[in-house]
Design a protein around this ligand. Structure first.
Ligand SMILES: [Zn+2]
Length: 264
């Protein structure tokens, strides 16, 4: 069975409190050897870091950031800068970004917060995990102004082929998740079918973004295999060949992500 990486899941959240290890064992059985857990705000940084240091059936990489859909206090950016100084094993900065639908702050404030975090990522040589909803133009403009040598990923990508290409040109990959299992997501399905495989990463965004057929249920990293199956079908590409490329992409973007050996 091919090895997979879930490049975006929120395993620290209370939704996984009772059975986190069982969830990770199921992921491992599905071939997942590593997951990336991004933070949403200062309140969960400790939990995300603790998780990345715990013994678990899969390797866990931590990212710290300030998510645009959660309220942040003055001083949180300084606190983030201080944490980045002392945490040696972070795999990325994130998630940060712009959300024109559910963002807590006004767009100018979100832009300022995001820009400050991109600068921090640059300074600390970290890739960035971006959350972007209905704000692709604003984000693409920002990324043109602040080149990021370590690149990043637009997680849970939903958009057109043209937008996907513009991110890829700026050194950003597209996180492909449960969205593509819905037939109505035609534009996004066409975009991820036509992009080079090198530009894509797999993710679940667990516990959110349930796959088609699992609406109303808690999502979990094992389901990244179904995302792969859907993506392979859309691209008319053999699953194992695609899986190998996608795992290489995740390892390339997150070089500090520890990789457990695959199940035999
Ligand atoms: Zn997320």
């Amino acid at each position: 069975m091919s090895v997979l990486i879930d490049s975006h899941c929120h395993l620290d959240l209370p939704a996984f409190e009772g059975d986190r290890n069982a969830v990770l064992s199921r992921a491992r059985q599905a071939g997942v050897t590593a997951v990336v857990v991004p933070a949403i705000g200062r309140d969960n940084w400790d939990a995300v870091i603790a998780l990345s240091k715990a013994t678990a059936p899969v390797a866990i990489g931590a990212a710290l950031g300030l998510h645009p859909c959660f309220a942040h206090q003055e001083g949180d950016l300084d606190a983030l800068a201080a944490r980045l100084q002392c945490e040696a094993n972070l795999v990325a900065l994130g998630e940060c970004g712009l959300d024109a639908v559910a963002g807590v702050a006004t767009m100018p404030t979100q832009l300022a917060m995001c820009e400050a975090q991109l600068q921090l990522a640059r300074q600390h040589h970290l890739p960035v995990i971006l959350h972007v909803r209905k704000a692709h133009n604003e984000m693409l403009t920002l990324l043109s102004r602040i080149p990021l040598p370590e690149g990043g990923v637009v997680h849970g990508f939903s958009g057109s082929l043209q937008q996907a290409e513009q991110y890829w040109r700026r050194g950003f990959r597209l996180g492909v998740g449960g969205v593509i299992t819905y037939e109505r997501a035609n534009k996004t399905r066409q975009a991820v079918a036509r992009m080079p495989a090198e530009a894509l990463l797999l993710e679940t965004d667990s516990p959110d973004m349930p796959l088609s057929g699992h609406q109303g249920q808690r999502n979990e990293p094992a389901r990244v295999r179904q995302v792969l199956e859907t993506l392979a079908a859309l691209r008319q590409q053999p699953e194992s060949e695609l899986a190998t490329q996608l795992t290489l992409n995740a390892q390339g973007l997150f070089p500090r992500l520890p990789i457990h050996p695959p199940l035999t």
